[in-house]
Design a protein around this ligand. Structure first.
Ligand SMILES: C[S@@+](CC[C@H](N)C(=O)[O-])C[C@H]1O[C@@H](n2cnc3c(N)ncnc32)[C@H](O)[C@@H]1O
Length: 161
């Protein structure tokens, strides 16, 4: 499966929250988030394994490797750019990774509206802009057991200055 084989399921003026073919779409500038009832992780993954989130998953290189390496967890990658979600989708299809789902949307919005409190076991953020990482930490809710933030050394130094 090539990334371009993932077609966006709706036009901008018909945007909606929608789950299809292992991608959960949470559009921006939308006024009806409350109308979509989160169906639960079990619906998304067909099991009750704990859920690990990678915010800002980009093309999904790290995430697809981890999902393969740790099948005892379900993994979800939250990424706002559709072109990057396509690349993650292509990886999860080609590598047949059944415990991985992409969420195409903005991290704070998706978390606020749809991730039920205490439902996520771990959060990972890899190489984001340091200031963004700090914002994401603020939105983490009670019940999430661990946070692992991986900042590249240069970015970390820049942040500390
Ligand atoms: C520097 S890249 C890192 C990608 C990947 N984690 C890696 O290590 O290669 C940051 C990614 O975060 C995404 N991003 C930034 N802010 C976001 C937000 N608020 N919600 C979702 N994705 C976001 C960007 O689109 C971009 O793909």
């Amino acid at each position: 499966m090539k990334p371009k084989m993932l077609k966006h399921p709706f036009q901008w003026d018909e945007r909606k929250v929608h789950i299809e073919d292992r991608v959960w779409y949470v559009p921006d500038y939308y006024e009806k988030y409350e109308e979509f009832a989160f169906p639960g992780w079990e619906y998304l993954f067909s099991n009750k394994l704990p859920v690990r989130v990678e915010y800002c998953s980009g093309n999904g290189t790290w995430l697809s490797e981890k999902a393969k390496q740790f099948p005892e967890y379900n993994w979800i990658g939250v990424e706002k750019q559709f072109e990057r979600v396509r690349k993650l989708w292509s990886k999860l299809k080609n590598l047949k990774i059944s415990n991985l789902v992409a969420l195409c949307g903005e991290a704070y919005t998706a978390t606020r509206y749809y991730f039920p409190s205490e439902s996520v076991s771990d959060i990972f953020i890899n190489f984001p802009i340091p200031e963004e990482a700090l914002e994401y930490i603020k939105m983490i809710k009670d019940g999430i057991s661990s946070i692992e933030i991986f900042l590249s050394e240069n970015l970390l130094q820049a942040h500390n200055q």
